[in-house]
Design a protein around this ligand. Structure first.
Ligand SMILES: [Zn+2]
Length: 495
């Protein structure tokens, strides 16, 4: 125990000298975040893993993820929660709340039954500093130091020099939801949205995490410059339709109210306020709800970016503790769909549609690569459709109740695509660079997208040619049925 104490004290001493003088040394520098989570992963290897998820846009600083779960080295059939902090360089309180929560989970796993249940039940993924190169501008002493940097360091004019008047992209305006119509075209602006959606490593990494994990809950942690804080924003108010979006608002309203009521501000006895977000900006929170349907919540921590003294610790603990409400909420009033192919013994990335909830004009709500879909819902009775490769299974009268989740186990036996080993010489699918060729004396050609929606179908004799250019970029499956022969082949369309 003594050795541990000495280590902690030494880290404190180093921090005082490593940091810009106008930043309270209680705040973690990016380097201190990396050292601390590496030490935690080493002392708790069963439940904590640290991974480099990407490298920052300009300086190639590693962007780390902290994954907390039982059997943390396996991608188990568990629901995911994603907690992102530090998209904005000068907003370090989200990082502090994340670090408090990571430590709290590590310290109490195995002794506190609530913590143990969360860690055993979920894949909990933290990105404690999404924009480390920007954070370094704020936290590190030196010629680049300024407290008020928000963006990353993208060298917009390509002159090889970091220029605060011209450089940097706001990672939280670089998502491909309503990007075209958003202003933010001036590189000198604090809200510069970048040259195109996904131009920044800091936003791409969140996109890829969401796409593979399909989290039920996403927290995006920020702080405002002066006012409008101690607030959390949930999904959403549709300002074009002048209405609350029915896929999110009715279900996430109570979640947001409860989270707010569980999160005390820096003022004793005062709590956060919940508001529906306006769906008008190319932001992480709005993109996630639009793209995946997850319960995405943006928290504005306190009313300013920087504090001094032990108020910093108080804020980190209160926000961290507040977020644990989301873990409890994920244990009840939710729909969990597990999709698999029992013949091939593999999970499937099926699409889930909840009638009256899922907006089918939005991208398909998919299971993660572990075959799991988890959606928080308002208690009630729902009809659920699960689709994979053109087959739909319908479940009526699915009850969502207080106190527990409702599970649907959905089997599509034999549905997973396997490359065919045997092809009769006159019946085949040829995948050529520009086209897909179907060959059979008489057959049916079909093409499905990644979630099994049939995007092409035709009967033919002899040979049928389909141009790949007819399809938008993505993964597709070609199927040829001819007599008793069925051939499936996977192909990819790239731009
Ligand atoms: Zn922010």
């Amino acid at each position: 125990m003594k050795g541990g104490l000495v280590l902690v004290l030494m880290a404190g001493v180093i921090a005082v000298y490593a940091q810009a003088p106008d930043v309270d040394p209680r705040f973690h520098t990016y380097g201190e975040v990396c050292d601390e989570v590496a030490a935690l992963a080493e002392s708790h290897p069963e439940i904590c893993r640290v991974e480099t998820l990407a490298y920052s846009t300009q300086d190639s600083v590693p962007i780390i993820g902290v994954i907390i779960s039982d059997n943390v080295d396996e991608y188990e059939d568990e629901s995911a929660i994603l907690i992102v902090a530090g998209q904005h360089a000068r907003e370090p309180l989200g990082t502090e709340a994340s670090m408090w929560l990571i430590n709290y989970l590590m310290e109490n796993y195995g002794t506190d039954p609530r913590v143990t249940e969360w860690v055993d039940s979920f894949n909990i993924v933290f990105v404690p500093v999404d924009n480390p190169e920007g954070r370094n501008v704020v936290m590190e002493p030196g010629p680049e130091h300024t407290l008020w940097w928000r963006k990353n360091k993208h060298d917009n004019n390509g002159n090889g020099v970091f220029d605060t008047l011209y450089d940097g992209v706001d990672p939280n305006r670089n998502y491909d939801y309503r990007w075209e119509e958003y202003g933010g075209t001036d590189p000198g602006s604090e809200y510069y949205k970048g040259e195109h959606p996904w131009s920044e490593a800091e936003s791409r990494l969140v996109r890829d995490l969401v796409d593979s994990l399909r989290p039920a809950v996403v927290m995006d942690l920020h702080s405002p410059d002066s006012v409008g804080g101690n607030k959390l924003w949930f999904c959403w108010y549709d300002s074009s339709a002048h209405s609350y979006h029915q896929g999110g608002f009715p279900h996430y309203y109570d979640v947001a109210l409860q989270l707010a009521a569980h999160t005390e501000t820096e003022v004793d006895g005062e709590y956060y306020v919940a508001r529906p977000a306006n769906n008008i900006k190319p932001k992480l929170q709005l993109w996630i709800y639009w793209y995946s349907g997850a319960c995405a919540i943006l928290m504005e921590i306190t009313n300013k970016c920087f504090w001094h003294g032990d108020t910093i610790d108080t804020i980190a603990a209160r926000v961290g503790r507040g977020i644990t409400y989301m873990f409890d909420r994920m244990l009840e009033k939710g729909l969990i769909v597990r999709t698999y192919d029992s013949e091939n013994d593999v999970p499937l990335r099926a699409e889930v549609i909840i009638d009256g909830v899922t907006d089918t004009t939005f991208p398909a709500r998919l299971c993660g690569y572990n075959g799991r879909y988890h959606r928080l819902l308002y208690p009630g009775t729902y009809t659920v459709r699960v689709r994979y490769r053109g087959t739909e299974q319908v479940f009526e009268n699915v009850e969502i109740v207080e106190g527990e989740n409702t599970y649907l186990n959905v089997d599509f036996p034999g549905a997973a695509v396997r490359e065919s080993n045997f092809e009769p010489p006159d019946i085949k699918i040829d995948l050529l660079p520009a086209q897909v060729e179907f060959w059979a004396p008489a057959g049916t050609a079909e093409i499905f997208d990644i979630v099994g929606r049939r995007v092409f179908s035709a009967q033919f004799e002899g040979k049928l040619v389909v141009n790949r250019g007819n399809f938008s970029p993505g993964v597709y499956f070609a199927r040829l049925s001819a007599g008793k022969c069925l051939i499936n082949k996977k192909f990819v369309v790239i731009k």
